[in-house]
Structures are given as C-alpha cells and as structure tokens.
Write a protein that binds this ligand. Structure first.
Ligand code: BGC
Length: 764
C-alpha cells in the first residue's frame, strides 16, 4: 500500500499501515469476511488523528460545480482552506478530473495526514449518457439491463473523477402526487428490492477498488416515500409493522448486497426525524443488520431537525444526529461547528465520533483511495469513456424495453413504415429536453433524440409537426418550479388543420422534465396547461390518435382511456428517447414493459397501490357501505404489473408440486404460457401470494417473484417458482420476521389483476 504524492506525514502513516497490514493478512486467511475490514489500518490512522481531524472526516461540503440543494454562504476558497487543515472528509458536486484532482491534491498533499477525500454526486439515471428515469426503467422488469445501465453510469462517473453516487433511491412510493416517485422503482417492496440490488451490483461491481466502479448509496432511510398526501418532506405517520413490512425490505436487501453507504431522510416517522432516529440507524441498520458502511445525512437534514421542532439549536441537532448514527453531515455545518464542544462538555462520547470515522475510512479503503487517491483522475479515460456510442446504444436498448403499451385498439400499432399521412402533434413532440428527465447529472439540456426526430429517423423522411400548445413557459431547471401555459391556445387551429389532413396522429403530451422530481409534489395528476384542450380539439377531427405520454409519475388518464384508441407510456426515456419510441411504434421492437406502479381513475384515490389490506369491508358492488370511493371503480385504471404486447399470451395449467409445506420443505409452482399471437414477444410472469389470516392484517396480495422470458409465436413455455418459508415471512405481532402457519393463496399471471389462482398451507 502506498500513498502516492502524499504529504510527509501521510507517507509516515502509510508505512505505519504497511506494518500493521502484515498482521492483518495473516489473520484474514481463515476469515475472508474480515479481509476488507481494514481494522488495523483504520486504528493506525485514528491513533494519529486530532479531534478536529476526526470530526473533519464526517464533514461533507458542496462544491460549486452543480447545485442540488439550497446553497450555503461558504465560498470555495474557504472550503479549500478547511480541506488543507484536514477538516473535510468528502465533497459533493465536484466534477471532472481537473476539479477532483485539484481538491484531492489539497487533501492528500497539503493536509497533515493526507487522508483522501471521497467525491459524491447524484448519478440517478446516468452521468452524461442518460438512461430512462428510474420509474421508467423499472417498467422494463429487466434486472440484467438495469445492472448494465448502472455499470455504464459508474464507468462515466468514475471517468470524471467521482467515487460515489447517491443512488439507488429505494423509497417505495405509492403516491402519484409525490414528485420523487420518478426516482424509484414504484410501489412494490419486492420489485424495489430486486431493482435496488441490480443497481448496486451495477455501480459497485464485485470489487469497489476497481477503477471502473463507484460506491452506491441506498436512500432515503427511511419512509420518505410515505409523506402524507404525497407532499415532499412531509410527516410520515406509520407504525413499526408498516415500516418493517412495506418500507424496509429494499433497504435490508441493499445492506445484504453490501451497499457502501446509506443516506438518511428529511421526513419524520411517528414523530422522530429519520436523521435523528436511533432506532433506524443504530438499532436496525448497524445493529440488527450488522451493516458496516457509513450513513450520510440528506442535504441539511441534521439542521432541519430544528425546523421539525426536534432540536432546539444546531448544537442540539448535532448531538442528536451523531448519537442516532448519522455519520456524515451533508451541508448542515452542524458537525464541524458543534461536535468538538459537545465532546468537551461531555455531551457526546468520542467513541461515537470514532465509530463514524471508522466507517468513513473503511469505505475509502475499500475504494482503494489510500492506494491511489488519484485513481479516477485520468484525462484519457475522461475523454474516452463518457457519452460513447456504445453507451448510447445501451440507453436505446433499455429505453425501448421500458415503454409500456397501455391500450392498442384494433391493433392500430405497430404502424407500417410505408404509412402515408402521419402527423406528430403536441407540446412534447419535438422536445429534446424533457426526455432527459429530472436528476440529470451531466445530461445536457436539449440533448435527447426528440420524438419527432426518432420518427423521422425511422422513416428516413420528414414528418409534419405542430406543437399545438406550449406546455411550460419560462425557465425549466432543478431549483425552480415549471410554470404552465394556461392561456395561449393560438397554436391549436394549425394543429387541428394538420390532424384533419392526416391518417394517424401521434399526439405527444405529458410532463416536462422538471415537473416531477424533488419538491415537485402536485395536488393534480391530470395533464397540465392546455394539453387537455388540445387533445379534445384534435379528437373532434381525427379519432386515429396514438397518445404518446412522457411523464415521471402516473397520470389521470380517465378522460382518454375509453375514447383514444392507443395509449403508450414512455416516461422520460433519456438520451435516445425518440429512437426508442419509434422502435416500438413501427414494430422494430415488440413492447414488453409492465407498470411498476398503479394508475388510478382519479387523484382522490391516492395513495393507490395493489397490495392494499382487505379491510373489514372489502368490495361488494351491491351495497354502498364498503371501503371504496363512491364515484370511481375500485380497481385500478391500469393495474400494477400491467402492459400489453403486439402479441398475446395465454396462461394455463397452474400446478403446485405439493399443497402443504414446512420449514424444511418447499413448493414448486409452475405455469404454462403460450404465445397465441403471430409474432415473438417477451412476457413478465408474475407470482403473488396472499396470507389469508395473520397475527396482523395482511395485504390482499404481494409480489414474490417474476421472470421475463421471450416466447416465439405459437410456442408454450413453462415457468417455475419455488415457494419456501422465507418467501412468506413478515414482521409479525411478535415484532420479528417469521412465517406463520396457515392457508395461503398463490397467483400467477400477467399483471396484479389478471391471475390464475391456487392455494397451499404452511405448517410450522
Ligand atoms: C436529496 C438527495 C440528494 C442530495 C444531494 C437532497 O436534496 O434529497 O436525494 O442526494 O440532495 O444532492
């Protein structure tokens, strides 16, 4: 181990580490899991550190290269001075080889101990090559491809000098009003867990020290997606069982997958801010789950405990947060300003600081930063590895697989390329920016292939286009809300004229890039601005409409679903959006996406999700007094797991190997799926289970497995799943995860409502 170009003391430190490494190596032979604990090295470093330097490792500053939260008053020069003193452990939003090298140089060559910085950044769905927004990508149900897009994002991120992404977001989100629903894998804990593990694998690979991998971060721990009324940062009022059964499973899966870091959350749960929650961070995460990475706070979330009315001042907030297990302070300035005095006044034991430092240093060791702090600083790689043709090709491939065909009357799609009389209409038709989506990292504004361009590329011809209406007016960016056009309808007549002359209208509507994302909660999920008016006017003159939706959340489509013949959900698909949508529209790709989130009939049904409880008054259409909304159907408009193909699939022959099992056995469930159409297609076969009676009330069904397969026309394939004890465990009335004896239903099918059904018994 060498500390390249490090300060004199840093070199001494390295020699110190080298000595202790030899003991460590001999010890680690019979216990492989301790091989990357770096206990001896870390002890050596800690023994050399002053209190200020220890606290420094827990401080993270924002750089000025990108802004993903409210700015602080501290200037760059002041920050560099702090780094020089060894009082900063990490920076976020410092990008490029040049910038990271400069800051790293100060840390490594000019601070007393030369401890390298770790640079973090929100690489949520791509660094510069943009992939579909996470909600869209989850609709592919293709874990291999999700891993691939994370790997490519890691390669690009690492090439720009950055070590760490604040992703994946593992917040189960059941509320379409919440703007950040775009950033996760939707409403289901199992799907979110699977996607999370795939993303972590993609970012971290098998070896964090590899120069093409980066550290991942499971966020936001926990409950952030359950804010009341879908309002961002809002109160979460749930009990421990809902927390354990619905929110924590993806985080547990991430901890098991050895995600390097966690981020805590802005919200409170049952009165305790997540950032100050000892139960979440110390007891569950670091205690029960025995996870050894570090927790970074969310932006300013330590300080915000004052606004929560939980800490009386920043000093108090620092005390609460460090005790709770929040290891690194992102932009609250609480730790640097207050931990020292808290220790001197015996309010905080230094052991808390050292535990946090240990965790931060461990991840720096695992990343190989002590071997080579400049390992990601390579201009050649930066030039060659970012936004490459191969990465764009992968983006297109993933994008087309993320599209969900919601309706296709009379097989209007796919369109023949020879078709005459095609028109593109709508405010998002030529938009090169919205498909890039929010949380776009270095994705350039207006850099996506627009829908119009995609269609023209596919046809190799010009296609007439009319915008009809503008969607948003004025600025569109991360920190400012979009303003919608509600008055200027002057473009509608020209769009109507075009529609009159056309055979088929491709009508592109939805949300702009910054309509969903952080701080973008909405009370309405209907189409904003004058889009509805545009659709109505076009419909009057031409009913052959393919409604192409671009959006970051489920929308209220109730006004269109009966009348518009084709509805295609394309989310915000990233750099290659237009080409990917054209692949589906013209049948070069047979759509295979399935919704990772339910679409309601009306916003008033939110939070709306398939895995609800039965209640004491489940659906009974002959009475009024049951649990429903009187004015809309109880079922989803489009259910979780739903999506059409250009072919059709028939499910048959659901078989169970046994109908009873116990802790030492399992049941194999199989089903035959026949492609009954005339072209090959991919289908996502979904397995759900219902626990009929529990020590606490149980959901009406829960996704427990899925498989995506390709089936040739006319072919039948058999898919099997194994049901074992672990699959039916939940957090019971005994406050622990266990399986309970009793009757279960098992369902297999193509979405959460269209299912074959059988039963089995578990005997403990
Ligand atoms: C978000 C986090 C993000 C952080 C840093 C916060 O506002 O909640 O998800 O990682 O900013 O940009």
């Amino acid at each position: 181990m060498t500390l390249k170009k490090s300060s004199f003391l840093g070199i001494l430190l390295a020699i110190f580490c080298l000595n202790s490494c030899s003991d460590f190596n001999s010890e680690s032979t019979d216990n492989q899991s301790s091989s990357d604990d770096y206990t001896h090295e870390i002890d050596s470093i800690i023994s050399l550190m002053t209190l200020k330097e220890k606290i420094g490792q827990l401080v993270q500053y924002n750089g000025s290269w990108d802004l993903t939260g409210p700015p602080s008053d501290m200037g760059s020069q002041q920050k560099l001075e702090k780094i020089k003193k060894g009082e900063v452990g990490s920076m976020l939003n410092v990008l490029s080889v040049k910038a990271t090298r400069e800051a790293q140089k100060v840390a490594v060559e000019h601070s007393r101990l030369g401890i390298p910085l770790i640079f973090g950044y929100d690489v949520i769905h791509g660094y510069k090559t943009m992939f579909p927004i996470p909600l869209g990508e989850a609709a592919s149900w293709d874990l291999k491809l999700m891993e691939e897009s994370a790997r490519i994002s890691a390669v690009e991120t690492a090439a720009s000098g950055v070590h760490w992404t604040f992703a994946p977001m593992l917040d189960v989100s059941r509320d379409a009003r919440w703007g950040r629903i775009m950033e996760g894998a939707g409403e289901d804990p199992y799907l979110t867990s699977q996607v999370g593990v795939a993303k972590i694998k993609g970012y971290q690979g098998n070896d964090l020290s590899n120069e093409f991998t980066i550290a991942a971060c499971a966020k936001h721990f926990a409950g952030y997606g359950f804010g009341e009324a879908g309002r961002d940062y809002n109160t979460v009022n749930i009990g421990i069982r809902e927390l354990q059964n619905s929110i924590l499973p993806p985080f547990k899966a991430a901890a098991d997958a050895e995600v390097a870091t966690f981020m805590n959350a802005f919200n409170d749960i049952d009165g305790i801010p997540a950032t100050g929650s000892k139960m979440l961070q110390r007891e569950i995460l670091k205690g029960n789950w025995n996870w050894d990475g570090f927790v970074v706070s969310d932006w300013g979330s330590i300080s915000e405990m004052q606004e929560h009315g939980f800490a009386k001042d920043l000093n108090h907030a620092a005390e609460i947060a460090i005790h709770a297990g929040s290891d690194m302070d992102m932009e609250s300035y609480a730790y640097e300003d207050h931990l020292e005095s808290l220790i001197k006044n015996d309010k905080v034991d230094v052991a808390y600081i050292e535990d946090a430092v240990r965790r931060v240093l461990r991840i720096k060791f695992r990343l190989g930063l002590f071997d080579d702090p400049y390992k990601y600083c390579n201009e050649e790689r930066e030039k060659e590895n970012i936004y490459t043709d191969a990465h764009l090709e992968s983006s297109r491939n993933i994008a087309k697989r993320s599209i969900v065909l919601l309706k296709n009357s009379n097989h209007l799609l796919p369109l023949k390329k020879e078709i005459n009389g095609l028109a593109v209409i709508g405010p998002l038709g030529d938009d090169k920016d919205s498909p890039i989506g929010n949380w776009r990292a270095q994705g350039e504004s207006n850099s996506a292939v627009s829908f119009l361009e995609g269609v023209e590329n596919a046809l190799n011809a010009k296609v007439p286009f009319q915008k009809g209406v503008e969607l948003s007016i004025g600025k569109r960016n991360f920190l400012e809300a979009s303003t919608f056009n509600t008055t200027d309808a002057s473009g509608i007549p020209a769009a109507v004229d075009l529609a009159k002359k056309s055979k088929v209208v491709l009508l592109v509507v939805g949300e702009d890039a910054f309509q969903s994302g952080e701080g973008r909660s909405q009370a309405s999920i209907s189409l904003a601005g004058l889009q509805h008016q545009l659709i109505e006017e076009i419909y009057k003159v031409n009913k052959n409409i393919v409604l192409v939706l671009m959006n970051g959340r489920p929308l209220d489509l109730s006004l269109y679903v009966d009348r518009i013949p084709v509805i295609l959900e394309t989310w915000h698909l990233g750099s290659e959006a237009g080409n990917a949508i054209a692949d589906v529209i013209f049948g070069d790709y047979n759509p295979s996406g399935k919704l990772p989130v339910s679409f309601p009939h009306a916003v008033g049904q939110e939070p709306f999700y398939y895995n609800q409880k039965n209640t004491g008054r489940p659906s009974n259409d002959s009475h009024v007094t049951y649990s429903h909304h009187n004015d809309v159907p109880k079922q989803a408009l489009f259910p979780f797991g739903y999506g059409l193909s250009y072919t059709t699939f028939e499910y048959d022959n659901l078989k169970l190997s046994h109908d009873v099992f116990d802790s030492s056995s399992s049941i194999s469930v199989s089903v035959d799926i026949k492609n009954t159409g005339d072209r090959a297609g991919e289908e996502v076969i979904q397995l759900y289970i219902r626990d009929m009676v529990g020590s606490i009330t149980r959901p009406i069904k829960e996704l427990k497995g899925f498989e995506k397969i390709n089936i040739a026309s006319g072919e039948t394939q058999t898919v099997s799943f194994t049901i074992d004890e672990e699959m039916i465990e939940f957090y019971t009335v005994n406050n622990k995860w266990e399986a309970e004896s009793g009757e279960f239903k098992v369902f297999v099918g193509s979405n959460s409502e269209d299912l074959l059904e059988s039963t089995f018994t578990f005997k403990n």
